[in-house]
Design a protein around this ligand. Structure first.
Ligand SMILES: NC(=O)c1ccc[n+]([C@@H]2O[C@H](COP(=O)([O-])OP(=O)(O)OC[C@H]3O[C@@H](n4cnc5c(N)ncnc54)[C@H](OP(=O)(O)O)[C@@H]3O)[C@@H](O)[C@H]2O)c1
Length: 278
């Protein structure tokens, strides 16, 4: 089995650099998908309250026969729960749904800078962290101005910032900002939901290395130091995405992929995104 490297976060807790994402996996298909991912060897699952499949993630973990302490689980606070009391209640609901004693990482899903107060929500995350109910807390989709405000007004430094990041959106400045502040960057939509896989440069590198386009892109993330959790509902592709540790991209290869940047998002812009489910 592949050995997945861990990255130490700023509180010393280690996160496996490769995980499995369950966004857009239907609840009724999630338990089987996560069970398959665990059979392949994934030990890091990325879910969210918004995905409505935490319960099924928990079922797959419980039925896997694997010690839950060996599986790194992340979930995220939904956009409609960003007050102190609501965030505490939402965290309780996540733990009940997952059926876990302790979570590994809990994130604020979106900053919602125009409609909500992420500082107040963060204080709730600090509370559950101080109680030991989650081993670490972090952010998702935060821009530098949001992080700066949080650092100025709160106590606990975020462990990660989970942002959209792939060869068409390399996020060099935000990655550097995170690194300067001791925050690990996690890359969501690491293959841009498939968009980058038909790129001729990626295709050329895939041919050179005898790998698939997805493996080339995921390997690029690993060598940059990003944490990634590609989603696939297909066992063959889940396995393909897991087999990215037996080869190395050269500096030239890395540069060719990074040069594909065109600041193109597949998802919303965090500075203006204000979706709050009813
Ligand atoms: N924090 C946030 O706001 C946020 C937002 C989006 C995503 N995320 C997280 O990031 C994870 C991954 O992002 P994502 O699901 O948006 O996109 P992604 O992982 O970049 O791409 C998933 C898509 O690519 C296909 N795919 C996967 N592996 C493939 C392969 N080897 N070859 C060809 N196609 C392949 C999948 O189809 P099949 O299923 O058919 O294989 C699916 O359509 C999510 O599951 C979630 O955990 C977080």
């Amino acid at each position: 089995m592949n050995s997945i490297p861990n990255i130490a976060m700023n509180n010393g807790v280690e996160i496996p650099q490769l995980g499995f994402g369950v966004f857009q996996i239907k609840p009724e298909e999630t338990a089987e998908a996560v069970a398959e991912a665990l059979r392949i060897g994934y030990r890091h699952i990325d879910t969210a309250q918004m995905y409505q499949n935490e319960k099924e993630v928990g079922q797959a973990i419980a039925q896997s026969g694997i010690d839950p302490a060996e599986i790194f689980v992340t979930s995220k606070l939904n956009n409609n729960r960003q007050t102190f009391d609501d965030a505490l209640a939402a965290f309780d609901e996540t733990m009940t749904a997952l059926g876990l004693e302790q979570l590994d990482l809990f994130l604020i899903h979106w900053p919602l800078p125009t409609v909500r107060d992420y500082v107040e929500a963060w204080r709730a995350l600090e509370r559950v962290y101080s109680e030991g109910r989650t081993r670490s807390i972090g952010l998702s989709n935060f821009q530098p101005n949001h992080v700066r405000k949080l650092l100025a007004e709160t106590e606990v430094r975020p462990a990660v910032n989970q942002i959209e990041l792939h060869p068409y959106l390399t996020q060099d400045e935000l990655r550097a900002f995170d690194a300067d502040h001791g925050i690990v960057t996690e890359a969501w939509s690491p293959i841009a939901q498939g968009l980058v896989l038909n790129d001729p440069t990626i295709g050329q590198l895939a041919q050179t290395h005898g790998r698939t386009p997805a493996q080339i892109v995921l390997r690029w993330h690993i060598q940059l130091g990003n944490v990634v959790f590609p989603k696939s509902a297909n066992p063959q592709r889940m396995k393909e995405n897991f087999e990215i540790f037996g080869f190395e991209l050269s500096d030239t290869d890395m540069g060719m992929i990074s040069a594909l940047n065109r600041n193109e998002r597949t998802g919303p812009d965090p500075d203006v995104f204000d979706y709050v489910p009813s």
